[in-house]
Design a protein around this ligand. Structure first.
Ligand SMILES: [Zn+2]
Length: 287
């Protein structure tokens, strides 16, 4: 659990790649930049963990030494709403990530749940709850009890993961973490976040349904995002004023609600923009 608002990149920044020998060197470089979170990218993994146990454990040790909190982003190739074989394979992919998360002491496993396909939304929600409950049982049967699961809010209308759906899942399943991707919500709502009150409405809804602690400790993804009628198209850097949402508005709310979320930067400038967000929040807190 974060003791203050923490910032870090989604994955390894490109320019780190010539500086590191293994991923366990990443926390030291982040610490040197004044960052304190890292979302390990397991986004192309299959049904087995693609990091060795000892390397994952070393990453965990180095993260702790450098005061960097770890999360893990699960495979993009998941769909909990498809045919039985696809759902079962998706669950094995999630378990593989949960295993690695356990080794490296990542506090949350973030993932995209999948596509509604032909399922009616209310049935998709029920199915998602059933499959996630099964995943938690499987994790426990493998001795993985310290990793929270975090299905995130998604940016396309065809994807499961509206705010309402994610809140309902967090209300229903104990071993979940609220994961809000602000860029995705902005795209899904075709430009939802125009002013501070647009964020405030969501904060209030989360606090009412899940409580103050869940609100204050949420895990966030942030990026500026371009969208079409169907939702999210692509991510943009913070400095691009053609696209929203504006991080300054979110940072004012973070200050007002005395929050300490973990904020993972998903713009193309992973660590640079994480630093910019950190500095923006620090300025807001001083005002
Ligand atoms: Zn994601």
């Amino acid at each position: 659990m974060a003791d203050r608002t923490r910032f870090g990149p989604a994955g390894i920044p490109d320019r780190f790649k010539t500086l590191i020998e293994t991923v366990s060197d990443v926390p030291m470089l982040l610490h040197a930049e004044g960052l304190d979170a890292f979302e390990y990218p397991a986004v192309r993994w299959g049904q087995t963990a693609q990091i060795k146990k000892e390397n994952a454990e070393l990453l965990g040790i180095r993260a702790k030494e450098n005061d960097v909190i770890l999360s893990i982003h699960g495979s993009y190739y998941l769909n909990l709403f498809g045919k039985k074989e696809i759902v079962e394979a998706s669950k094995r992919r999630i378990i593989a990530c949960a295993q690695a998360a356990h080794w490296m002491n990542a506090y949350v496993l973030v993932f995209h749940s999948g596509f509604y396909g032909k399922l009616e939304k209310r049935f998709a929600l029920k199915k998602c709850i059933r499959e996630l409950e099964n995943i938690v049982e499987l994790m426990e049967s493998y001795g993985i009890k310290d990793v929270l699961i975090g299905p995130e809010t998604m940016g396309k209308a065809s994807q499961f993961g509206s705010l309402e759906e994610i809140i309902t899942i967090c209300e229903t399943i104990k071993q979940t973490k609220l994961v809000i991707d602000w860029g995705h919500l902005h795209a899904r709502g075709k430009g939802s976040f125009k002013e501070k009150s647009d964020f405030r409405d969501i904060f209030n809804k989360i606090e009412y349904r899940l409580g103050t602690k869940a609100l204050r400790n949420m895990h966030c993804h942030f990026s500026k995002v371009e969208f079409s009628e169907k939702g999210e198209k692509r991510h943009h850097i913070l400095g691009n004023s053609d696209f929203g949402p504006d991080f300054r508005l979110l940072s004012e709310l973070i200050s007002e609600y005395e929050m300490h979320p973990v904020i993972i930067c998903e713009t193309p400038l992973l660590d640079y923009d994480a630093i910019e967000m950190r500095d923006t929040l620090q300025l807001t807190l001083k005002l």
